[in-house]
Design a binder for this molecule. Structure first.
Ligand code: MLT
Length: 211
């Protein structure tokens, strides 16, 4: 069941879990909603609590997390505002639901992965870790943030025509330059999530998240 906007400002799903050590912040792709990736998040880390907001920008009926001017061309002013707003939502949700703000790992696909990358590159180590599936470098950071405490899994397709591999590689490079511990996983498919990629993400979680 989704929670309407309420005080937290986003329609979202909150699924607590008894003795959860990690909260997964789950962020859908363009045209998705707060329910899409929840089964996948559960499969990846069954003991985690789940916080899954719906993007507030609507493009031709499709929810997104920030405005774009064209495919892969972002409205950077809107991206900055929406990034700050999403980070505030996570802070407020932590206070409201009582989960540990220091133990949040994001799981984002495509547009959801891109706003997660924006959070890290704009705000620094506001997440313990992130799984970014089919992401790209959302903007060129003016200042390199300190991400030395952050672990990131990047899954990307070498046949992705929506976000070409070079774009995902730029993100890998930018995160590494900021000191993040980046594991990149490449699959031969396009703009999608593959079973093997999920297996790799699950193994990564075991190494990085559950410690
Ligand atoms: C984006 O807009 O974030 C990327 O182009 C991916 C997409 O959502 O199509």
């Amino acid at each position: 069941m989704s929670t309407p906007l309420g005080d937290l400002g986003f329609i979202h799903r909150w699924e607590p879990a008894e003795n959860a050590r990690i909260t997964l912040l789950v962020l859908h792709g363009t045209g998705g909603n707060e329910n899409d990736l929840v089964p996948l998040a559960r499969e990846l880390l069954p003991d985690a609590a789940i916080l899954s907001p719906r993007g507030k920008v609507v493009e031709r009926g499709m929810p997104r997390f920030f405005r774009r001017l064209a495919e892969g061309v972002f409205d950077l002013e809107d991206l900055a505002l929406r990034t700050d707003e999403l980070a505030r939502f996570v802070d407020d949700a932590s206070a409201s639901y009582g989960f540990d703000r220091d133990r949040v790992i994001a799981l984002g696909f495509s547009n959801g992965a891109n706003i997660t990358a924006s959070m890290l590159l704009r705000l620094g180590a506001v997440l313990r870790g992130a799984m970014l599936l089919s992401p790209m470098l959302p903007f060129e950071p003016l200042k390199t943030p300190d991400l030395s405490s952050v672990a990131v899994f990047i899954g990307a397709g070498t046949s992705d025509t929506i976000i070409p591999p070079a774009q995902a590689r730029r993100l890998v490079d930018a995160l590494r330059a900021a000191g993040a511990d980046v594991t990149d996983y490449w699959h031969p498919a396009g703009h999608t999530i593959t079973h093997e990629e999920l297996r790799a993400a699950k193994a990564w979680l075991k190494t990085y998240a559950v410690g």
